[in-house]
Design a binder for this molecule. Sequence first.
Ligand code: SF4
Length: 358
Amino acid sequence: MEIHQKLKFWYQSASRDLPWRHTSDPYYIWLSEVILQQTRVDQGLPYYYRFIQQYPTLQDLAKAHEDEVLRLWQGLGYYSRAKSLLKTAKEVQRLYHGRFPASYQELLALPGIGPYTAAAIASFAFNLPHPVLDGNVKRVVSRCLEIQRPIESKAAQVEILTWLNACMEPSDPAVFNQAIMELGALICLPKTPSCSACPIQAHCLASQSGRPTDFPIKKSKPAKRILHLAYALAWNNGKIAIQKRGSTGIWANLWELPSVETSEPAEINALEEFFPGLNTVVYRSFELPIHLLSHREIRAQVFMFKTQSKASHQVEWISPDRIDSYGFPRILTRFFEEHEDVFRVPLPTEFLKPDNGS
Ligand code: SF4
């Protein structure tokens, strides 16, 4: 039996019963595809019903006011999708008198319709042989073929499309597309594929080699640069020092505790650069949780001490109860929240009293 036949039999017996699978109306199919982008089926289902009840035809939707559509969309997130939905409806109304064109190229030319949605409408509504390429399909095919290239690369996409076109039964592209998408959603799961229940296991290289979860191959992300930071929680006469960051780089223009970047895990000595002649006992030190930014991993330590040393950079001495009036990066606001005692509970008087040098 060929792949498309195996998929078809499996789909007929195992697929979920979803309302948009009982129609070939391109408006309903398109609506379901837009709603299901970045949304789970169980979450999208009530919205689908709400939309078709409020706007039973594309003409009804095209006449709607944007506020009304956004209200109906409320809770689904990604509101640009709702705006794009309305824009596409108006365009189909204007160009095609409210009927979606029955050609992949014309569908693709509409605003808000990309290759995936165009292929879905073309095949599900008009039974045209265009493979759909969503995340589920890419995962299934990358495993069947053990595609060694990063899945988002152009070469990998060509390999996948070539395989899909070769496997697709031209007389029944709708069922083929639905079936392979459903296989990815129900059986060929990202972390736990059920290969023993898979109708196309005999055609799957990754299952045969025992390493399905090694595929698809993702483009490796560059390793995050580790940045060590020594923060000074410097007290002088009941006040603490803060400084404003520069207008470029991370946390631009935010306030922070005086800090020094180091290449190794931070030590109190690093802060001598900031408080020259610093010769002090650390009253407390705090290791902050690792803080992740898009390209960096911040490992920071806060050293709390009393000083009379003049800072070498410009700082402001503020009463700690004013800390909420300044904008700090999250790494520090979290520290302030978690160590409220440092600022609210009275510190020992001998710690707060001006240092007399003894
Ligand atoms: S055999 Fe396993 S890895 Fe291969 S397509 Fe089926 S479920 Fe996915």
